[in-house]
Design a protein around this ligand. Sequence first.
Ligand SMILES: Cc1cc2nc3c(=O)[nH]c(=O)nc-3n(C[C@H](O)[C@H](O)[C@H](O)COP(=O)(O)OP(=O)(O)OC[C@H]3O[C@@H](n4cnc5c(N)ncnc54)[C@H](O)[C@@H]3O)c2cc1C
Length: 402
Amino acid sequence: MQEIVVLGAGYAGLKTVVSLQKKSGDFHITLVDMNDYHCEATEIHEVAAGSVDRDKISYPIADVIHSNKVKFIQDQVTHIDKDQQVVTLKAQGQIKYDYLVVALGFVSETFGIKGAMENALQMVNIDTAEAVHNHILDRMKAYQTTKDPDDLKLVICGAGFTGIELAGAFVDERARYAQIAGVDPKEIQIICVEAAPKILPMFKEEMANYAIDLLDKLDVQLKLGCMIKEIQPGKVLYSTSKDSEELESITTSTIVWTTGVSGSPVMEDSGFKARRGRVIVADDLRDPDHDNVYIIGDVAAFMDKSSDRPFPTTAQIAIAMGEHVAKNLDHQLQGQATENFSFKSAGTVASVGNTRGLGVVGSTNLKGYPASFMKKIIMNKSLMDIGGLKEVFAKGRFDLYH
Ligand SMILES: Cc1cc2nc3c(=O)[nH]c(=O)nc-3n(C[C@H](O)[C@H](O)[C@H](O)COP(=O)(O)OP(=O)(O)OC[C@H]3O[C@@H](n4cnc5c(N)ncnc54)[C@H](O)[C@@H]3O)c2cc1C
């Protein structure tokens, strides 16, 4: 019996398992994740803002795996030894594999900026997102006695997709925060600090400008061209000029770090040829140096031959990779050749709160409510792809007409 070990039960890993467990053959799957639930990472900003509860964006792994074919181990992966074909777990020792699928996902990237990890709140999983929300509630309550305007200021570092989605979710919750603090909603400041002079470089100028106007209308202060240099407790220090050493600053009780992500540190720690936690994978999604190791999702860099750059890491490509690896493993187990992976993005859509958004699907620009509608459709599709109908009925967003 061949042992297939899958590390990570995010979009990529869990999709691999749910697809593979349907196939027949002389194999057994062991799935490892540090949590016993699957988290829809694309929605964590809503937990951070408090728009949705953690249960709405997660479900038990046990709900979707077939226990006769798959064993689930809840533990933290600390090391992978590709030569000995052994994975080391923090609490439960070592497990051996014949085939390995590495899908350990993303961690926060601080780009070495001093104090970013220590003094800013991270938002990379349900626990850290929930911690952001609890922190905001604490500061709003504290304001009633401190009367410190910094308690009413929410500063987001980075105005990429995640930063913008978080700002939009904060806007939706502004009135609630204000009520807790006992102030007018206008007094809750939402500020995004971004190094680049423009936002959303993947979009044409018209869409990027639309995003800037939308944030402005929603009273989100977008501070572009502000290169963050350091995060001190309660203070973001940034420079607005390459030629000057002088730093400006914003003081605040809430700093959320969303400047970017890298792949799991386990990749570099285990000697994979990774850059920022991502390995450039072969055309069939295997590690170029190991025929029995697949690397998928946010720990993989899959080259887009048309641009000669890796595809952006998204849930969309992670799910497609999971499906493909299940097929390739089935081929390998049957002694057949693997197939090359190909990917065509269905589009890119960001929400800006519950009823607004922006994005591009095919060659169509989507703005406002239609974009938000499309984002919910895409998220429900991801839920369906992995969790099936049961999870869609339990967690799906059917409030499409709000
Ligand atoms: C706020 C936000 C919004 C986003 N919006 C979109 C969007 O609209 N569309 C889109 O396509 N993408 C979006 N993304 C990106 C998307 O979430 C990621 O690309 C996707 O989650 C990657 O999937 P994955 O399976 O590789 O990793 P993950 O989803 O990160 O899953 C990794 C899994 O591995 C587990 N794990 C990690 N390390 C260990 C360890 N050492 N030991 C054991 N288990 C471990 C984790 O618990 C997790 O279950 C968004 C991301 C964020 C943060």
